[in-house]
Every structure is written in structure tokens, then in C-alpha cells.
Design a protein around this ligand. Structure first.
Ligand code: ATP
Ligand code: MG
Length: 237
């Protein structure tokens, strides 16, 4: 069974697509290919299909994940967890989730949700609505990810946003995804973060997604299924 992680926030432009695609790239690269197939799938429920548009522009040979558009196919979403060939499925959702059927189908098949939140007050209320009116009533595990923080702006907005999240007792990821121009340009250039050219900035930019993957417990080659039980019995996992 695949582990399904969805990026959800009813506020548009908070980084759902950017974080989905780059985290999927890190996971896909870490897990590699099994039986000639990637072990990571990106699913977009956004009618604008940004994640698919982006992935489609990447050289097929270098794209470490598969992708699928299903904004009008709730029946596909219902099957996500059952996909045997994938270890991880990352779901990119739209900013304005109007289609109740799609929203329910996404959340019903999701193991956990990451709620991206940029460090700006304008994003607070929509984020609060997403958490309190969409996620919490359904009892879906979620964590807030502060992302698109530009260190050149200083730490005031970051600290204020961390405090806002903590004051609401919302679980918060320790990783902060920083703002880098290379991320903004990547979709137009048909790149995911695992393809960034060599260099200090590219390394730093990619590092945040490595951290995020580690914090979410993603990556590393999973044990073959038949070995998992033995390893559990030995207490090694
Ligand atoms: N860490 C980052 N560094 C630089 N630019 C970023 C970062 N995160 C997001 N962006 C930029 O911010 C804009 C919005 O990001 P993105 O499209 O990922 O948000 P979204 O939540 O998917 O938006 P929508 O709700 O419209 O689908 C894009 O131009 C993207 O390139
Ligand atoms: Mg998007």
C-alpha cells in the first residue's frame, strides 16, 4: 500500500505545487526505480493542472516520479492507497477546493496532509479555515509547513508565523522551506530540484526538501515486503 501525502491549503499561491513536486523529486530519487518503474506518483486534483504542466516539461529520463491528473476522476483518487507499485503518492490540490466530491475523495484516501503556509498574515485566515473547517472535522493528521520564507527579510515574519501556528496548537514541521529564485523559475525551465545545476545556492535550495523528506520519514530504499516482518520481529525497524 502506498503512503499518501496531500498538500492542502484553501489559500492560493502558498506553495502547494512547488512543495509537492520537489518533495516528490527527492523521494523518487532516493527510492530509485523498481521493476523499471518509479516508486513515487504525483497526483494533481487541481483543474489548472500546474503540477502536471510542470512535470510534463521535465525531460522524461530525468523525472524521478510518475504523474497523473485527476481533478474530475474521484474514482481514481479512491484507489490511491491501493496502488501496489508506488511507495509514495503526493497529491497536489487546488487553492479553491470547490468540488466537494473531489475534496472528499482526496481526503478519504490521504494518510496525512501537509499545510503549506508562507510567513505572511494574509495567509493566516484561509489556513485557519482549512485546518478548522476541512481537516480537523475529518480527523485527518496534518502538519503545517512554513514555506517560501526569504531569509533576506529577517526572522520577524517567520517567528510571528511560527508563534501563530503554535498558539493554535497546530502541529508544525520544524523544516522551513526557504524562498529561492531557482524554485520560482524551475517550473518554466522544466526542472525539479534534483536537477538543479551544481552550486552553493542550488544545494541550499534543494537541502530544504531533503530536510522535509527526512522529517516526514520519507526516503531510503524500503525493505522488500517479505523482509519487513522478519526485520520487525528482530526489532531492527
Ligand atoms: N520556496 C519557494 N521559493 C521560491 N518561489 C516559491 C517557493 N514556493 C513557492 N514559490 C513560488 O510562489 C508561487 C506560488 O507557488 P505554487 O504555485 O507552488 O503555489 P500553490 O499553492 O500551488 O498555488 P495555487 O493555489 O494557485 O495552486 C509560484 O510562482 C512559485 O514558483
Ligand atoms: Mg498549485
Amino acid at each position: 500500500m502506498a503512503r499518501v501525502i496531500a498538500f492542502v491549503n484553501q489559500k492560493g499561491g502558498v506553495g502547494k505545487t512547488t512543495n509537492t513536486v520537489n518533495l516528490a523529486a527527492i523521494a523518487g530519487q532516493a527510492l530509485g526505480i523498481r521493476s523499471g518503474q518509479s516508486q513515487v506518483l504525483v497526483v494533481s486534483t487541481d483543474p489548472q493542472a500546474s503540477a502536471v504542466w510542470w512535470s510534463d516539461r521535465v525531460d522524461e529520463e530525468q523525472l524521478p516520479f510518475d504523474f497523473h491528473q485527476c481533478h474530475d476522476r474521484p474514482e481514481d483518487l479512491a484507489r490511491l492507497k491501493l496502488l501496489e507499485q508506488y511507495e509514495y503518492v503526493f497529491v497536489d490540490s487546488p487553492g479553491n477546493i470547490e468540488d466537494e466530491k473531489i475534496l472528499s475523495a482526496t481526503l478519504d484516501s490521504t494518510d496525512e496532509v501537509v499545510v503549506p503556509l508562507p510567513p505572511e498574515a494574509m495567509a493566516y485566515q484561509p489556513t485557519k479555515r482549512t485546518i478548522e473547517q476541512v481537516l480537523e472535522p475529518r480527523g485527518i493528521p496534518y502538519r503545517v509547513l512554513i514555506s517560501d520564507w526569504d531569509p533576506r527579510d529577517g526572522t520577524v515574519d517567520l517567528e510571528q508565523t511560527q508563534e501563530y501556528v503554535d498558539n493554535h496548537n497546530w502541529p508544525r514541521l520544524m523544516t522551513v522551506v526557504r524562498h529561492y529564485k531557482i524554485h520560482t523559475r524551475a517550473s518554466a525551465e522544466g526542472q525539479v530540484c534534483t536537477q538543479y545545476p551544481k552550486g552553493r545556492i542550488a544545494l541550499e535550495a534543494r537541502e530544504d526538501f531533503f530536510r522535509l523528506a527526512m522529517e516526514l520519514g520519507i526516503g531510503g530504499r524500503p525493505l522488500p515486503r517479505q523482509n519487513r516482518k522478519q526485520a520487525t520481529e528482530r526489532g531492527t525497524v
